[in-house]
Design a binder for this molecule. Structure first.
Ligand code: PLP
Length: 420
């Protein structure tokens, strides 16, 4: 194995595990885990900031960040402290009762967003599932009993439950699970007119990601969401924004909708909200939220004191204007440097993104680049055969961006030379 030895200057690089090694852990993993992921041959043991370390003591610069989850880096001290304190105080109580961290987190989310009310769950898919149910109930009760349809976009990703996989505009996630749910239609992303043409008397809501994350960091044309908002207003439809990936500072604003000067009726969050613990949230304006009454929807673990304590620690940092400004600066720097790299190599076709959700399209297999990067101590992620996505911790330092670019540019130059 090469690298895996970039200067960290800390105790992270010390080998502590004598019990096992990568290959024997992988053997056990393959024996006991369902094969729902094509996993890389890497067994991670610990992390700090933007660095993770495997069971053999090799360190990796992490530009995947748990796929846009570890927004404050690994084991952020304030998140860890909040979890430790809460674990010693109260781990779980039923939602038949109130708990303090849940109220505190809901208040923080409401204070910093368009929303008036919050429903907590455990993942992005569950948050979208809740959003779909709320939209249907609201539309039937407040508009017309015949309304239930939701218009979503091709290329979108909303989760893996049956409703959210139906909402997802990519067939590859749906194959084998038919029959899917009735009531979902898909239109090209970024095309407001297509939405307008697809509306029927049965339409209840429009469901969109402000930027399609899993779809390859697709940024819609400026003004798109504002036009969709206007279409929703004119037709009495709800606008649901899935900010599971873009929310909590990823784009350099706390929520991506802020860039368009509009507000949704419903918004879903997960990923970064817990800074590494599983949490989801569905936020809504007060009149829409009113369609959920006791018994309408529920989650045993949703809004559990432990995860909400982490969420509070995350929100207190991520909502700070200085934090968000830094995300914009680092994102601009990353995009600028990638654009420079694009001018130097013929293998980058396009660079796109906002804040620290960035992608490059390559002329060669992204997997080849990812494997080579891993050998050199860098974790990268792809959204398709030829697209690399960068969703590092939002606390990523300039020196770490430089380090990533040094490794990436060497790989791209080597690969393009070999191809020439
Ligand atoms: C935009 C978006 N929505 C929903 C989801 C599903 O979230 P989860 O995997 O937490 O269910 C994802 C996950 O990648 C996502 O990117």
């Amino acid at each position: 194995m090469l690298y895996r030895s970039f200067p960290l200057g800390g105790s992270l690089l010390k080998k502590r595990s004598t019990a096992s090694s990568t290959s024997s852990w992988i053997q056990e993993g393959e024996e006991y885990l369902m094969a729902t992921y094509a996993r890389f041959p890497l067994v991670l043991k610990k992390g700090k900031g933007a660095t993770v370390v495997d069971v053999d003591g090799n360190a990796y610069l992490d530009f995947v960040g748990g796929v846009a989850v570890n927004i404050l880096g690994h084991c952020d001290p304030r998140v860890v402290k909040a979890l430790q304190k809460q674990a010693e105080t109260l781990l779980h109580v039923s939602n038949l009762y109130y708990n303090l961290p849940q109220i505190e987190l809901a208040k923080l989310l409401v204070t910093h967003s368009f929303a008036d009310k919050v429903f907590f769950c455990n993942s992005g898919a569950e948050a979208n599932e809740a959003a779909i149910k709320l939209a249907r109930k609201f539309a039937k009760e407040k508009r017309d009993p015949s309304r239930f349809e939701i218009i979503a976009a091709h290329g979108s990703f909303h989760g893996r439950t049956l409703a959210t996989v139906t909402a997802t505009g990519q067939e590859k996630y749906q194959k084998g699970f038919e029959p899917l749910l009735p009531g979902f239609k898909h239109v090209p992303f970024g095309d407001a007119e297509a939405i307008e043409k697809t509306i029927t008397p049965q339409t209840a809501a429009i469901l969109l990601e402000p930027i399609q994350g899993e779809g390859g960091v697709r940024v819609p044309p400026k003004g798109y969401l504002a036009r969709v908002r206007e279409i929703c207003n004119r037709n009495g439809l709800l606008l649901i924004l899935d900010e599971v990936q873009t929310g909590i500072g990823r784009t350099g604003r706390l929520f991506a909708y802020e860039y368009e000067g509009i507000t949704p009726d419903i918004m879903t969050l997960a990923k970064g909200l817990g800074g590494g613990v599983p949490i989801g949230a569905m936020l809504a304006s007060v009149d829409v939220a009113a369609s959920f009454t006791p018994g309408s929807h529920a989650s045993t673990f949703g809004g559990n004191p432990l995860v909400c304590a982490a969420g509070v620690a995350v929100m207190k940092q991520a909502a700070a204007p200085a934090f968000l400004k830094k995300v914009r600066e680092q994102g601009n720097y990353l995009m600028k440097r990638l654009a420079e790299l694009q001018r130097k190599t013929a293998v980058i076709k396009e660079v796109r993104g906002v804040g620290l959700i960035v992608a490059i399209d390559l002329t060669l297999p992204a997997l080849e680049v990812i494997n080579k990067a891993m050998e050199r101590g860098l974790l990268l992620n792809r959204t398709s055969d030829q697209t690399l996505r960068f969703v590092p911790p939002l606390t990523i330092r300039r020196s770490e961006i430089d380090r990533m670019l040094t490794i990436l540019s060497r790989i791209l130059l080597e690969v393009s030379d070999a191809e020439a």
